[in-house]
Design a protein around this ligand. Structure first.
Ligand code: CP
Length: 323
């Protein structure tokens, strides 16, 4: 695999391999020294042209824990402010001979376009409302750890599905691992034809009490140029999840950041049934596994005898030594 642009490009076996490898990196993460030398000498460019806290920080940490050099560019304060195009930025940053570009953009298809302009691997860290594949993989990882298996699980994505790249990637990823997915929200926030991704649609929470997982989505007010809702109060009254609406054995997920008091009541965020903190922690291990998947086999800089495969990681405790 050279790029990670869409969950549609992944087979179930690809997903399971990445999740299993992330478990190996989680084991490395429990050591005092959390770094491995896998990407020593490689450069990774993190190019975020849209706001991010979790994805940007966890990709940066993942790359550093694999011993890569990281160049982090944000739209604010970079030459994007002066009108430099994405293509010109990629050409400029390619002068550093990067192994990978991690790209977030408000534009659908941006990461895919970048693959045409560079020899490096490209990871889609969110392109408009299209896809966010690394989020889907970390969600699967966090849920698989809690449930043991995702096969047969019932997962409800609730809220602003229309603007959600998390939902578009998540529906595909969860169904590939055997879950049954329902999307739920007001008709104005459910895209027409979403069933083609393999989910069913509900406009009320009726029936969600039987779900294993409620995956609440952020109301993306920054992408709402027109009135999609009569009022936030009315939306919250119909779709907000709180500690009483969640069943005793149901699990709650949310990609963050949360609009407290809108899609989630504050009381449920730190509830033991909430996986939100586990999702964030999982991001580092899964993104290490993604970088490993794309880059470990292609690099010219592997030194003889250096442990780089998952099996090697399991067998060789010395890779926890300083890189
Ligand atoms: N879940 C997610 O993509 O969060 P950030 O926007 O903070 O990266």
């Amino acid at each position: 695999m050279r790029h990670l642009i869409s969950v549609a490009d992944l087979e179930r076996t690809d997903i399971e391999r990445i999740l299993d490898r992330a478990e190996s990196f989680a084991e490395v993460g429990r050591r005092d020294i959390k770094k491995v030398p896998t990407l020593r000498g490689r450069t990774i460019v993190s190019l975020f042209l849209e706001a991010s806290t979790r994805t940007s920080s966890s990709f940066e940490l993942a790359a550093k824990r694999l011993s890569a050099d990281v160049v982090s560019i944000r739209s604010s304060g970079s030459s994007a402010d002066k009108g430099e195009s994405l293509q010109d930025m990629v050409a400029t940053l390619s002068a550093y001979d990067p192994a990978a570009f991690i790209v977030r953009s408000p534009e659908v298809g941006a990461a895919s376009l970048v693959t045409r302009w560079t020899e490096a691997s490209v990871i889609n860290a969110g392109d408009g409302k299209h896809e966010h594949p690394s989020q889907a993989l970390l969600d699967l990882f966090a849920l698989r750890r809690r449930m043991g298996s995702i096969e047969g699980a019932s997962v409800w994505f609730v809220g602003d599905v229309l603007h959600s790249r998390v939902a578009r990637s998540g529906i595909q990823a969860f169904t590939k691992l055997g879950a049954k997915v329902t999307v739920c929200g007001p008709p104005t926030l459910i895209p027409r034809g979403i069933e083609a991704l393999g989910c069913s649609v509900s406009h009320t929470l009726e029936g969600s009490e039987k779900a294993d997982v409620i995956y609440a989505l952020r109301l993306q007010r920054e992408r709402m140029g027109e009135a999609f809702l009569p009022s936030l109060r009315e939306y919250a009254a119909r779709y907000q999840i709180d500690s009483r609406s969640l069943g005793p054995r149901q699990l709650l997920m949310h990609p963050g950041p949360v609009n407290r008091g809108v899609e989630l009541a504050s009381d449920v965020i730190d509830d033991p049934r909430s996986l939100i903190a586990e999702q964030v922690a999982s991001g580092v291990y899964v993104r290490m596994a993604i970088l490993y998947e794309l880059l470990s086999g292609s690099g010219p800089r592997r030194e003889s005898g250096e442990a780089t495969t998952t099996t090697d990681i399991a067998r060789h405790p010395e890779i926890g030594q300083p890189a």
